[in-house]
Design a protein around this ligand. Sequence first.
Ligand SMILES: [Zn+2]
Length: 155
Amino acid sequence: MKKSPLRSTLSRAIRRPFGGSDRPHHLMMSKYCVVPSAVAASLIGQHMGVDSLTGFVMALGASWACLAQEDWASADRDEEEKRKPGNGHYYWLPFGVLVSHRSWISHGLVWGTAIRLTYGFVGLPWVLLVIVPPLGIAWIVGAFVNDAGHLLLDV
Ligand SMILES: [Zn+2]
């Protein structure tokens, strides 16, 4: 599908500092998303009224989740069968068979993130959300911010 002129201009402007939207560029973007993830989790923790230690742990958790999301449950995981084996290739094969690349399931910011958190981490973030809400929230925030960065490069 051909991009509109506005979308092409936007796409070029966003990709320019990263040099493209391939795997190395997404990994670089993920690193840039660590600080926004930590800040977002801290602000949410502050809004929830958690103590400063819990807020700090939320910031660390969101930072880890941001990097883990791109490393393990990236929006491009639906293409794993086309890549060389390694880093969970076989685990993600069924996902790649069922989900088409850049569909709303793989690259949808809300549903795509939720589905990949569920499949990739065997639902653990949702269990944490119920058992230890600050950690569950931190995980989800980190994954969400990373996916937002990923999708920005894919515009
Ligand atoms: Zn992508």
